[in-house]
Design a protein around this ligand. Sequence first.
Ligand SMILES: [Zn+2]
Length: 223
Amino acid sequence: MVDLKYIGHSAFEFKTKDKSILVDPFVSHNEKYDYNKSNIVDIFVTHGHADHLGEAVEIAKAKKAVITAIPEVAAYCTSKKCKTRPVGLGSWINYDWGRAIFLPAYHSSSLPDGSYGGVAASILFDIEGVRIFHAGDTCLTPDFKTYKEIYRPNIALLPIGGNYTMDVEHAVVAADWLGAKTVIPMHYNTFPEIQADLNRFAQLMQVNNTNCAILNPAEIKQD
Ligand SMILES: [Zn+2]
């Protein structure tokens, strides 16, 4: 069993019985979220942009957690004295709570100092048998059809805000192609250019017969 907590934007905490995993920890905008309350052992970063790297460096140091990221992003975090695990796209990486695989996202990646961040990633997690696909920032891609076939994700976390990523209409298609029974929208309404119509998303998902879980930040979903 894994608890899924939406912190806001693209930040999530996945909680097992005794450990927490943070993804894209841009958490400073959510005053209700306190990472000190969680036993965070691993932090995943999909790409180097500030709204995804977020407070990864600060949290990794405070919690003695390991940051897993594409080599360029990992090297930046190493230079800030964090423990890191640099990984490329395409292979399962094992952890004591399960495993994860970095997959391509169609987006750019640079670091806060302006340096190149390598490729952007989506990340698929297999945590105690629950498969969670965090799309990161990406457009719609037919890769999703392959993920349905190979990985069978249970839960998909999809950006819907448009402008930098796919929008509501494309995310509905993405949900269908991925075949996840639960879809949680992310990466919307944080900035003026990524406003999204949540009701419309929920309605379109209903037509698709997919459970659309719209989470308020810091709400907990159990699976
Ligand atoms: Zn972003």
